[in-house]
Design a protein around this ligand. Structure first.
Ligand SMILES: [Zn+2]
Length: 455
């Protein structure tokens, strides 16, 4: 209740007062994010070994400590371990397979899934799956996660205290606000929070002016809104008056064409991360484009035949995730990454398990396959969206890059789509200026509003 009242008060306040409130909220976040545990974890990371045996031993000892904690403080796992004769400590990470999988439905329904400890932060998630989940975080776990994310950014030159502009899905402006100030400043973190809900062709020039004034060193947050701004600057040949070190997208799967456009428009490399709101283990991208698991934060296993993963996350003491079927898909790499880092790495994040289109032969075509179709083109398509009219009719909307798109590129797209869906499927291609984002401000690759399943 207090939260809602506070939000109402915020919404009714003048913009200047909202700036102050954002700063105050920033101070609260500062205290939650940075502290002793954060600093200690950074030291651990700075002294990290790159030897496979050391990594494996460290991961196992962290796993055992985490499982022991669950045994001592979590009723759901106490019963589960008893039922399945789980004896600790494990001798290998592989022993995890003796523990049954945790489904989303259990996480949502079973009150015993939350540990009997004091937690500080309540996380809510849902979004893409439409299922609302509640997870509890301790301040310590949160700080550890922050340390891992900051360590990753520091590899690319970004240090805490440098200016960042963050594209946020948090409601920071009145939805009906007329004055073109769609950002607020979180001064303690030197962060410009940018409302992604208000980004559209009419407001973009204001966003660009504000960014030019603020001169961020990095951009982070939802890539979809950044992509719209990138597209606009490119089309209108606008020179930006700041030089970025890097772009760190979060919250959405970034498509190859989105990445190419961002790098071109902002003249800075994109480095992706995976750190879901449920508290999954952290993966961050190396200069070779692979995503490395921070083994200190958990374990990732492949599951089933569709590149699905199960996650075990050591930073979830409040709501422990052990072999959790998170619903994401990833392709796990083989051997050692050219960058030399040892341990688990992922070659691509493929989006949600639930996001697919069915072919007439009953095969699932996932979001990741759909977004990579344009790879056969010379960066001439900026964004795509698919809709299945019926089993034999696929519609594709695309935003062409007007400088590069040639009529024959439609033939290439049609050819690639026929390879995916089969020759007897009708393909309709429609060029559009703009693809509206979904209700939570995110990109919708597969529009299911009129899919064959609901009609
Ligand atoms: Zn690597």
């Amino acid at each position: 209740m207090a939260g809602i009242a506070l939000r109402d008060l915020y919404m009714k306040s003048p913009i200047l007062l909202q700036q102050w409130m954002t700063t105050l909220y920033g101070l609260k976040l500062w205290q939650e994010r940075y502290g002793e545990v954060y600093e200690r974890e950074l030291v651990v990371l700075a002294n990290r070994s790159n030897e496979r045996e050391v990594i494996e031993a460290d991961q196992l000892s962290r796993l055992n400590a985490f499982l022991q904690f669950c045994m001592d403080h979590n009723m759901y796992y106490q019963e589960l371990f008893k039922e399945h004769d789980i004896i600790l400590p494990f001798e290998s990470v592989e022993d995890l397979k003796r523990i049954p999988i945790l489904e989303k439905e259990t996480l949502r329904k079973n009150p015993n899934i939350h540990s009997d400890i004091k937690t500080d932060i309540l996380g809510r998630t849902g979004g893409t799956t439409g299922m609302s989940l509640e997870v509890h975080f301790t301040k310590e776990d949160y700080q550890k996660r922050m340390a891992h994310v900051d360590f990753f950014k520091a590899q690319y030159g970004f240090e805490r205290g440098m200016k960042r502009a963050s594209f946020t899905g948090r409601v920071i402006c009145d939805p009906n606000q007329k004055k073109p100030i769609f950002w607020r400043y979180n001064r303690p973190l030197r962060q410009m929070l940018i409302s992604l809900y208000h980004v559209n062709p009419l407001t973009i020039p204001h966003y660009i002016d504000a960014l030019n004034q603020f001169k961020p060193v990095v951009l982070d947050g939802a890539p979809s809104a950044m992509i719209e701004i990138a597209k606009y600057t490119k089309e209108n040949r606008i020179q930006l008056e700041f030089q970025l070190l890097a772009i760190f997208p979060t919250a959405e799967t970034i498509t190859p064409q989105g990445r190419a456009l961002l790098e071109e428009a902002f003249h800075a490399p994109v480095y992706d991360q995976y750190a879901s709101s449920e508290g999954a283990p952290i993966l961050t991208e190396c200069i070779h484009g692979n995503m490395h698991l921070h083994h200190e934060t958990g374990v990732i296993e492949s599951y089933g035949d569709h590149d699905e993963i199960l996650v075990t996350s050591f930073t979830t003491h409040g709501t422990p995730l052990i072999r959790y079927r998170i619903g994401d898909r990833m392709k796990i790499g083989e051997g050692t990454c050219p960058c030399g880092q040892e341990g688990t790495f992922v070659t691509s994040i493929e989006g949600r398990e639930s996001n697919y289109v069915m072919t007439p032969s009953g095969r699932k075509v996932y979001e990741g396959d759909l977004t990579t179709i344009v790879r056969s083109l010379p960066n001439s398509v900026i964004q795509t969206q698919y809709r299945q009219r019926d089993l034999y009719h696929i519609e594709m909307k695309y935003v062409p890059d007007l400088e590069r798109f040639k009529p024959e590129h439609e033939d290439t797209l049609r050819h690639e789509l026929h390879l995916l869906f089969g020759q007897d499927v009708t393909i309709t291609l429609t060029p559009v200026q703009h693809i509206p984002r979904g209700p939570n401000g995110k990109i919708v690759v597969i529009d299911k509003t009129t899919s064959f399943r609901s009609s």
